[in-house]
Design a binder for this molecule. Sequence first.
Ligand code: NAD
Length: 516
Amino acid sequence: MGIAVSPQIHPHVAEFIDQPRKMLINGRWVNAASGKTFPTYNPATGEVQATVPLASRAEMRSAVEIAAKAFREWSSVNPQRRARVMFKFKALVENNMDELAHLLSSEHGKVIADSRGDIQRGLEVIEFACGIPHLMKGEYTEGAGPGIDIYSMRQPLGVVAGITPFNFPAMIPMWMFGVAIACGNTFICKPSEKDPSVPVRLAELFMEAGAPAGVLNVVHGDKEAVDAILEDPDLQAVSFVGSSAVAEYVYSHGTARGKRVQAMGSAKNHAIIMPDADLDQVTNELMGAGYGSAGERCMAISVAVPVTDKLADALVERLKPRVECLKVAPPTDPDADYGPMVTAEHRKKVLSSIELGVKEGADLVVDGRGFSLQGYENGFFLGGSLFDRVTPEMKTYQDEIFGPVLQVARAPDFEAALALPSNHQYGNGVAIFTRDGDSAREFASKVKVGMIGINIPIPVPLAYHTFGGWKRSAFGDVNQHGPEGVRFFTRIKTVTQRWPKGGLREHPEFNIPTMI
Ligand code: NAD
């Protein structure tokens, strides 16, 4: 049993915490007329913290109508003015960083420093969106034919929506609305009902930064609200991040109704450890990437693949005492390695994966199931677990666990190690640890995964690159943020023009025009 320090909650957050959560539509605070609610918890104590109103289909429809009205003006605001809203928003978020981080931790359970990181990674996308005048510039060809010029322009789509998961309640909404709104779209954010307060607070700050009412709306909801988004005729595009089953549903239903959809899903990220790697460095990296944020990261390392048995023995020997000593504590404890899981239900799901792993015959080297924290016995805490001798036939290897559980899957050689992430159903991130450039280069070139780290355990690309996995980790062809984000939230229009000095043709041209 661990002993916790008493939590210090930010005073503004403490005042806000027990108030009912509302939606922000057309710049106004709105309660759901549906009467449906969902409880959010303080994951450290297990107590219900607030209730979230869940929108009905009709309420989602009226939010879309409001956003469609706002689009008419917002899309004609020049890009440098839209960028100015982004600049101001960035400054406001920075000024409110402490409050936002505490609010985030109070619902999610991740430690305060990690919540700051969540917000910071989202702000980097806002910084990228500040460059929208440059990013939206089209192309121009003078003299493509006799007296003919061709130019292309990028135009916003209209009303677009973002449906976000619980695990990055600041970063992922900003991935989406930052780029979409800078491009001139208006936005409906449907955050996770488990921790919806930070997206609402961000939207409030966005309005303070000068965004007109109706440009960014936060509408809470469950499947009913998601279905309303997918079926709304005025909604042009949907950006989704969450589990693969829901991502596939959103992708197939949204595209069947003619919408543009990008839907990021679940993950199982491997770290390949070559015999020449620095094992002390690798151990540190695996601890942080495997157990940080209680493993509730889509880019968490969940499988370590040491190449050769000898290396595997040495790695497990180093990891075991470190996992046993993890400091699991309330998010406000500055020394905590990680905090509680998001909900009791999610904790139960992770517990059952550990049980299944044991049944399947994996070697449970460290068992975190019995962990309890004095004074926080009802919190959703779970100790760190470590499995060795995990094999590809095991269901616990094939599925995402999304908890503080690291699995070691031994590989005899480089080829076998390369095959593991390549053959896995998910292909979000992967890492290789080696001092050999040849192996690293070959691995990066051949592995069937979207984001690769070379001696980097969590290779989340920066905002001006793009984020996206392969296989069942992403449905749709276009990544999040960076230039791909701008492409996703705009469509291109190409104009071919002629201003003939000598008048029009004398005879009709029946053949396809060529400009040879
Ligand atoms: P989730 O799929 O349960 O929920 C995501 C969103 O979908 C939420 O807004 C939720 O309200 C909605 N939703 C849930 N069930 C639904 C249903 N049946 N029909 C319609 N909508 C539904 O995901 P989560 O538990 O909030 O987040 C964790 C998952 O997200 C993990 O699988 C993680 O790997 C994944 N994730 C992926 C990425 C990525 O970029 N690939 C990033 C972060 C998280």
